[in-house]
Design a protein around this ligand. Structure first.
Ligand code: ZN
Ligand code: ZN
Length: 364
């Protein structure tokens, strides 16, 4: 963990920030807090300085924090958290305090701003954007191992659920069975509420499982993942309930081809938007561009959606050892949808697929 904090300071220095004793970095994002400290509690801040690190939390978590985050001085924030934080900041002699602009609510920021006025050194508050998130994008070997295991658990659940999918079964029951199976296999949770969307509902990219029963002729989109050691997996398969139509087969094939082209091109150094554009162009040429309504993929790690993204907005080159999903989809209102999602590790000169289960057209 302390190595990761070292990387944080090096990263800030590379970005032109002068690393001095009186500089502080306040971490409020829960996944960033866990990443940098190992503390799994639900509440608290990290206050990092080049000399020393504090973990500020409340009475429910102080004991746990001491056990899980040995490199930190644990402070109980008590009833007046920002006043207490001010005492720590004063002791550290901070004149500049970076905060995570994506992870501090407006109300917390206002309270912090108010409190700073009463702090002895009155440090300047400076917004920092996605700093720890950039570090998290590059996975360590141990993290890759946990992610791979999260994928293995989800894949086993997929093999299991194929026996279970038949006409008359409720979406909700499919979702429950998937989650139950993953938990039995060692997942601490599902990465997100399981998506099972059948028939016309499969046109909803994030259709949560409902009471609808699978019917002959349906397309069924199943999107789910497991959490293992804090790390997520995320996979989607689409199946047809017999009898499948030619149009369903044709659209499935187009989505699969778009995904394969993107995976073929995926490598370190290319901006995410170029990979997104490749899949998008393919679907546009197939006359389906208007129905691909989301970005191509996203990073996966401690959070199921994290950096880097494969989206038209992502201009930064992809780093090696990032884990991303590649998930083109086509959603036609009233007709249904198809999405195919795999996870891959970005490498120099290519990518390594983490998802191994087959993705041929499947009629059940
Ligand atoms: Zn997914
Ligand atoms: Zn996804």
């Amino acid at each position: 963990m302390l190595k990761r904090i070292g990387r944080l300071w090096s990263y800030l220095e590379e970005k032109g920030c002068l690393i001095e004793e009186n500089l502080g970095f306040l971490v409020s994002d829960p996944a960033n807090r866990l990443y940098l400290s190992g503390f799994t509690g639900e509440s608290g801040y990290l206050l990092l300085t080049p000399q020393k690190n504090w973990l500020l939390t409340d009475g429910r978590f102080t004991e746990q924090a001491r056990e899980e985050a040995p490199g930190f001085e644990v402070v109980d924030l008590g009833r007046k958290p920002f006043e207490k934080m001010g005492e720590v900041v004063a002791r550290a002699g901070l004149r500049e305090l970076y905060f995570e602009e994506e992870a501090l609510t407006v109300s917390a920021y206002r309270r912090l701003e108010e409190a700073v006025k009463n702090w002895p050194q009155k440090p300047v508050l400076k917004p920092a954007s996605a700093v720890v998130e950039k570090l998290r994008a590059v996975k360590e070997p141990e993290e890759l191992g946990y992610i791979q295991q999260a994928v293995v658990i989800a894949e086993a659940a997929w093999e299991h659920i194929l026996e279970y999918l038949k006409p008359g079964v409720k979406e909700k029951d499919v979702a429950l069975e998937l989650e139950y199976f993953m938990r039995k296999r060692g997942a601490t949770a599902a990465s997100f509420p399981v998506i099972v969307a059948s028939g016309p509902r499969s046109a909803l990219p994030h259709g949560r499982a409902e009471d609808r029963k699978l019917k002959p002729g349906d397309l069924v989109v199943l999107d789910f993942g497991a959490v293992y050691h804090g790390y997520c997996s995320d996979l989607t398969r689409t199946v047809a309930v017999a009898p499948a139509t030619d149009e369903q087969r044709k659209i499935y094939k187009a989505v699969l081809k778009a995904q394969e082209e993107a995976l073929q091109a995926l490598r370190a150094g290319l901006p995410g938007r170029e990979i997104d554009a490749l899949a998008r162009r393919y679907l546009e040429e197939a006359g389906l561009g208007d129905y691909f309504s989301h970005s191509l993929g996203h990073g996966v790690g401690l959070s199921v959606h994290e950096k880097p993204t494969l989206s038209w907005r992502e201009e930064d080159p992809l780093p090696a050892r990032a884990v991303v999903t590649v998930e083109p989809g086509v959603y036609i209102p009233g007709w249904g949808g198809v999405r195919i999602e795999d996870m891959a590790v970005v490498e120099e000169g290519g990518c390594r697929l983490l998802t191994k289960i087959s993705k041929g057209f499947l009629e059940i």
